[in-house]
Design a protein around this ligand. Structure first.
Ligand code: AMP
Ligand code: MG
Length: 404
């Protein structure tokens, strides 16, 4: 690694493999259902009972024997004797339905014994305690059978699933009050650079506000991690080493931003090498070439480039697969959109190129800009990845936009 002044770049796929191979196994913890949304299931959840637990009407209407309605129509309705009304929450209905009889059942109410179908109230008329059925129903029509949704013991949701609000509803129905989820990885974030000042300070000439810590932290928080911010560290080795050592002890993953290249002021690689080992220094990715992947005390430590756009691309392209693995996610949570390219995008062969694009009405327009600009990040909706083997993409080609 050391010696040469130039980075020895590896393909993005190698960088991802190196990152993911350092993932620690997901740890299971149980959380109340109310706080389970967005978490990843650590074990499959089974239904603790049949859902529904009884044959249930899915309409307001009359429970009947389907055979009694055969041939019924507007002009010659079937005449059935109504023997009563079922109330919501009724457990057992006293008298079963006999041929020629029916019973009123509201939507969701239990089907009386002997009935095998529901006639919608819209297809009936009443005359005293007689019900005129004007449309036949088939056996099982408008009825949800007991356990038709889920059987007791059946898997309602598999492990590895990131829980959506709908999932939480299904878990509630399945009786899962405490949900087995994977522990949130704690990710340490350290910004380095003598020019950096905190958000609350107005930068003097030569200074820049630390944008990366907030950006990385925001992504990680939204992604299901616990970001731990260690503030800004000067490009001075002893100070840097002590913060990295502390972060490695307290976190599952550590991200350092800035100082990841090979300038004499760049201390990230040397610091990681001094405390542990540098596995990769230089990735064939644009933006983001000066990326470091290392390990200290068995924990993954990344050196991300200081330019916010570069740091963000490396975060989503290389760090995210590691986080996915640590979260036990069955599939990555990447939102994509198909779009048509508005213009040619040239790309340097040998680099995986992440081009920021804006998407409107299915058309993806590149947002070009000098490296280091923040405005390209906010002006874009996502990125198009041009593979390392390609020299660019042509206007009019169909692309997959990875949305921010
Ligand atoms: P470096 O990777 O340290 O060579 O920094 C590259 C560029 O990114 C420089 O212009 C830095 O000022 C800038 N930079 C480094 N760290 C940050 C940060 N945390 N927030 C915003 N810009 C940064
Ligand atoms: Mg720097």
């Amino acid at each position: 690694m050391g010696g040469t002044r130039f980075l020895q770049v590896v393909p993005v796929s190698d960088a991802v493999i190196a990152a993911v191979s350092m993932a620690s196994l997901p740890v299971l913890e149980k959380v109340p259902l109310d706080s389970a949304a967005g978490r990843v299931l650590a074990a499959p959840v089974l239904a603790d009972t049949d859902i529904p637990g009884f044959d249930r009407s899915v309409v307001d209407g009359y429970a009947v024997k389907a055979a009694d309605t055969a041939g019924a129509g507007e002009t010659i309705p079937a005449m059935l004797q109504c023997t009563g009304k079922v109330a919501m929450g009724d457990s057992g209905i006293l008298q079963p339905i006999k041929p020629g009889e029916c019973m009123y059942v509201p939507t969701g109410g239990p089907l009386p014994a002997g009935a095998d179908a529901m006639v919608m109230v819209e297809n009936t008329e009443t005359a005293g305690d007689m019900v005129l059925v004007k449309k036949p129903v088939a056996h099982g029509e408008n009825v949800l059978l007991s356990s038709e949704d889920f059987k007791k013991g059946e898997i309602v949701l598999p492990a590895g699933r990131k829980l959506s609000p709908q999932d939480v509803g299904v878990l509630a129905a399945a009786g899962c009050a405490r949900v087995p989820v994977t522990k949130k990885p704690v990710v340490g974030i350290i910004s380095t650079g003598n020019e950096l000042v905190p958000v609350i300070k107005k930068p003097s000439p030569g200074q820049v506000r630390d944008a990366n810590a907030s950006m990385l932290g925001a992504f990680l928080l939204g992604y299901g991690c616990i970001p731990k911010l260690y503030g800004i560290v000067k490009d001075e080795k002893p100070a840097f080493e002590s913060v990295v050592t502390r972060a490695v002890a307290e976190c599952d993953v550590v991200l350092l931003s800035g100082g990841s290249s090979k300038d004499e002021r760049d201390m990230t690689a040397g610091t990681i090498a001094g405390l542990g080992e540098v596995l990769i220094h230089g990735v064939a990715i644009t933006p983001g070439k000066p990326t470091i992947i290392g390990r200290v005390s068995g924990k993954p430590v990344f050196g991300l480039p200081g330019h916010p756009a570069s740091a963000y691309i490396v975060l989503i392209a290389i760090v995210r697969p590691l986080i996915d693995r640590m979260l036990g996610m069955e599939k990555p949570e990447v939102r994509t959109l198909q779009a048509t390219l508005a213009m040619n995008i040239p790309s340097q062969r040998g680099r995986e190129d992440y081009v920021r694009v804006k998407v409107a009405d299915g058309i993806a327009t590149p947002v070009f800009g000098k490296s280091g600009l923040l405005n390209t990040l906010v002006a874009s909706d996502g990125v198009v990845c041009i593979p390392a083997g390609s020299e660019g993409l042509e206007k009019g080609s169909e692309v997959e936009v990875i949305l921010w």
